[in-house]
Write a new protein. Structure first.
Length: 911
């Protein structure tokens, strides 16, 4: 007796996962597993109205069903196939690519696939696992290579490679007495999978170029969300163009993978002229296939498989989309089928593997043609449309026309279609209600159930991560249509209540979301995941590469995309946000723009901002990165000669320069590429989680600020209000152009300087103050309380009173952080910042020495600053009234002090 390996492995994997990722949510998993096990034994099966419970009869029922399914009844069809393919202008493979497709298999290719084998995956019928191949690689490599190359040369497959074991997984929420409600899962030997994997890698390189972008399945860099984006965008466009009668046909193909006719696929390969060796490889696989079913742990007798792409084989999805592409190309080229036109573009087909949607104007005539295409293709390739499950959504059609359409096609026109997991209707307004609201309702119910399971705190957090996040994230990534922040607060409330089991939260929600390395709990923040998803979408607007998407999504915009992103044109054109995606995306973009790009970014294209908007984007505008150059440390536009191909003429060049100057003065130009540009824009790998982590980091900066603020409050002896801190960031930090002064203030605030106490903790050194050598050298002692430091600040304080000629209270926050209020006259604020900065910089310069700076040194430093300030002022204005006002007291003081001995060359003169 055999055990049901696939199931057993799934359970093992689940246990493994629970151990690795969420060891504390065992209860939830135990519950899920129990449910699963109950489902996996097949006790009763209905055959022709009779319920059978005898194991033998159950096995027979399944075997009969699958024998019928995999039998090819279409015989001697070759001539028809050939005739069909001849009429379809099948593209031949370019010579160079043909060579690599047909090369003999190298050991390195085998190694690469073995490296990618997953360790935890189920073994094949022969029982060998991925780990086995990894361990035995050196011994197996050469024999494997020989076997594989022999197939390419002789077309002979080892007997064991022809066999598969099929296990059955019940479909959720279905009648499990019906044979058809079990999903077959094939297990193939790993050595076979390695072979097929090598052919798949080779074929993929060719298909990525030859298969139209409309097919999003199984090829790298293509995503399901692009299809949903397209469908929703088309509905949005049609809502605006009510003059266009149109429809969307959501095609359901009956077991499309299982019905594919081998002869058609092989003939197509011949037409493509794929080359002998590759053809031999595929032909060897698709000549003879056998399988046994495993039912309740027992193997059935063998059956033949004579059609369909091979389940569980890495090559099969590619072969499938390759075959389907013949149909899609035929539809694209059929003039009788009128796609949705936007300017010169026509939007007709979108596919995600066998999931097709066809969007058409002139519905009745177009559909007739489409059905004809299906029929012709279906007869030769084994493609069957299930008319009962195929649905139509119409736009701008009168009732009688709708009826006519229904009668002509025998396909139901409906209000609501589930397309790739998203409920779509003819009104995009419904997207939120039909998807977010219903999903959340389910989540809430689940959460209530889990709440009764008495899980641990960690278990509850892991449950949110494993069971709630994926559902919501799916919606975020596919339909980012949420406006405002209200809904996130509602969701957060439910999650928070679950996590704290209705009790008062002991840790702030925000801190729970922090990564574990920083002491957080990595609880997912749904709002940030949503924003991350949106920002990944905005990437399309920034990169300007995907013109088909941009033309459709921006069919009625008035300016270039970058004008909305960077020059705030949303305000000039309110209609921009009057679009299901644009409105929510621009909202999120503007919320995060300053964090992502504090200065004018390299990716910005000034010509996209300036250019006159056309319905179809034709031009490839250059970015600042391509237009600017750095000379003597300053960014400027490259000379006309170097970029004349990129601009129209001199005038254009001149305007460009003007725009750069404006961007430069408004926001400055960033020297280095931002993290956003590096990780998200110029990268395609795991960008969502990278984006989430960036947002999470920023979201938590506040927390760091708070914890530092608490330290300061403790030292100073009273609280500093949030508004005062804010003033520090917003105004005080800007008092000077000098970077080192700003840096000092930042370092003071974040308590950057390493004190004896800190060093003692780190290295076990003496923790006594370096100045007095008596007290513990804490941060506040080193900056304020130490007797020696106190004397220095007292000196500065006395001089300041002389300079300002009034008295004020000596407060540590004023001297150490520049936090002053009314005690210092407004006109003296800037001077006061310089004066205290000078003191702090001197202390920092003498940080580890036992000496303190003198008042003379302080005076000299301050004079230095005055001259520097004058210099920066002088560049801007010839006679700087403000400068005179701010420094007059100080110069008078210096003159009196020196009694003529200090000569203020140039300085006094400038006043
Ligand atoms: Zn001291």
């Amino acid at each position: 007796m055999l055990i049901n390996r696939e199931i057993e492995w799934k359970i093992k994997k689940l246990r493994q996962k629970s151990f690795e990722h969420a060891n504390k949510s065992g209860k939830l998993l135990a519950w899920q597993l129990k449910k699963r096990k109950e489902l996996n034994t097949i006790n009763k099966i209905e055959v022709e109205g009779e319920v059978k419970s005898n194991p033998k009869e159950i096995r027979k029922a399944f075997l009969d069903f699958y024998r019928g399914l995999y039998k090819n009844s279409e015989k001697n069809n070759l001539r028809k196939i050939e005739k069909y393919l001849k009429g379809k202008n099948i593209q031949k493979i370019p010579l160079l690519e043909k060579e690599s497709l047909n090369a003999l298999i190298e050991t390195d290719e085998i190694k690469e696939i073995i490296k990618d084998l997953k360790k935890g995956k189920a073994p094949g019928p022969d029982g060998f696992t991925g780990s086995y191949y990894k361990e035995m690689e050196t011994i197996l490599l050469i024999p494997l290579q020989e076997v594989m190359n022999n197939i390419l040369k002789e077309r002979e497959l080892p007997e064991t490679w022809k066999e598969a074991l099929i296990t059955l997984i019940p479909k959720q929420h279905s009648d499990l007495q019906q044979v058809k409600n079990y999903r077959p899962i094939s297990l193939l030997n790993l050595d076979y999978k390695i072979f097929a994997g090598i052919l798949a890698r080779r074929l993929k390189k060719i298909l990525i170029k030859s298969i139209h972008k409309d097919q999003a399945g199984f090829l790298p860099g293509r995503y399901m969300k692009d299809n949903i984006r397209n469908v929703v965008n088309i509905i949005e466009y049609l809502s605006d163009r009510c003059d266009k009668q149109a429809m969307l046909l959501f095609v359901d193909a009956e077991k499309a993978f299982d019905n594919l006719i081998w002869d058609f696929m092989l003939k197509q390969l011949e037409f493509m002229e794929v080359g002998t060796k590759f053809y031999n490889g595929v032909k060897a696989i698709y000549t003879e296939q056998k399988a046994k079913l495993i039912i309740n742990g027992v193997e059935t007798s063998e059956m033949r498989i004579a059609k369909g792409t091979r389940q569980g084989c890495p090559l099969s999805p590619l072969l499938f989309i390759m075959v389907l592409e013949v149909l899609l190309n035929s539809i694209r080229g059929n003039r009788g089928i009128k796609g949705i036109s936007v300017g010169q573009n026509e939007y007709k087909t979108k596919a995600f593997a066998d999931d097709l949607v066809i969007t058409m104007e002139d519905p009745i005539n177009s559909t007739k043609e489409v059905l004809e295409e299906f029929d012709q293709f279906g007869k030769v390739a084994g493609f069957k449309v299930n008319k009962k499950k195929t649905k139509i959504i119409v736009k701008n059609m009168e009732t009688d026309k709708v009826e006519e359409l229904q009668n002509a096609t025998e396909i139901e026109v409906t209000r609501k279609v589930k397309y790739l997991g998203i409920w779509v209707t003819s009104k995009n307004m419904d997207l939120f209600k039909n998807n977010y609201e219903t999903t959340w309702k389910g989540v809430k119910k689940d959460i209530e159930t889990w709440g009764r399971l008495k899980m641990s705190f960690w278990g509850r957090i892991a449950t949110i991560k494993m069971s709630v996040l994926p559902k919501m994230l799916f919606l975020f990534q596919n339909i980012p249509v949420i406006r405002g922040l209200k809904i996130f607060k509602e969701w957060q409330k439910v999650i928070s209540k679950f996590i704290w089991q209705g009790k008062k939260p002991r840790i702030q929600f925000k801190l729970l979301t922090d990564v574990k390395e920083r002491g957080g709990f990595a609880l997912p923040d749904l709002k940030l995941y949503y924003e991350a998803s949106c920002l990944c979408w905005v990437k399309t607007w920034i990169k300007l590469e995907d013109k088909e998407v941009l033309d459709l999504e921006g069919f009625n915009t008035r300016f270039g995309w970058h004008a909305y992103l960077w020059h705030g044109k949303r305000k000039a054109h309110r209609g921009f946000e009057n679009h299901i995606f644009r409105g929510s995306l621009i909202e999120v973009w503007e919320r995060n723009k300053d964090l992502l790009e504090p200065k004018t970014p390299h990716w910005l294209s000034p010509l996209e901002v300036m250019s006159v908007k056309k319905i179809n984007m034709g031009d490839n505008w250059p970015t600042y990165e391509q237009l600017l150059t750095k000379e003597e440390g300053k960014w400027k536009l490259k000379p006309y000669d170097q970029i004349k191909e990129k601009v129209y003429d001199w005038l254009h060049y001149f305007q460009l320069n003007g725009m750069f100057r404006k961007d430069f003065t408004d926001k400055g130009y960033t020297d280095k590429e931002s993290r956003f540009q590096i990780e998200i824009l110029n990268n395609n790998h795991r960008i969502l989680s990278k984006m989430y982590n960036q947002l999470l980091g920023w979201n938590l900066i506040d927390e760091e600020v708070k914890s530092v603020a608490i330290h300061w409050a403790r030292d100073i002896g009273h609280n500093i209000y949030a508004e005062e801190w804010e003033k520090l960031w917003k105004t005080h930090l800007k008092f000077t152009a000098c970077v080192s002064l700003k840096e000092n203030l930042m370092k003071m605030f974040y308590r950057w300087y390493l004190t004896p106490v800190k060093l003692a903790k780190m290295y076990g050194t003496c923790n006594k103050c370096w100045k007095c050598r008596e007290r513990e050298g804490s941060f506040f002692h080193m900056w304020w309380e130490c007797q020696k430091v106190k004397e220095f600040w007292e000196g500065v304080y006395n001089e300041l009173k002389k300079i300002l000629r009034y008295t004020f209270v000596k407060k540590p926050e004023a001297f150490l952080l520049g936090l002053v209020g009314r005690e210092i006259k407004k006109k003296d604020h800037r001077f006061f910042q310089y004066a205290t900065s000078a003191g702090r910089i001197l202390i920092a310069q003498n940080w580890k020495s036992e000496n303190m700076p003198t008042i003379e040194e302080w005076r000299a430093k301050l004079l230095e600053y005055a001259e520097m300030d004058k210099m920066t002022g002088k560049i801007r204005y010839s006679k700087d009234q403000r400068f005179i006002e701010e420094w007059e007291n100080f110069t008078n003081y210096l003159e009196n002090l020196s009694e003529g001995q200090i000569t203020l060359v140039g300085f006094k003169g400038a006043l």
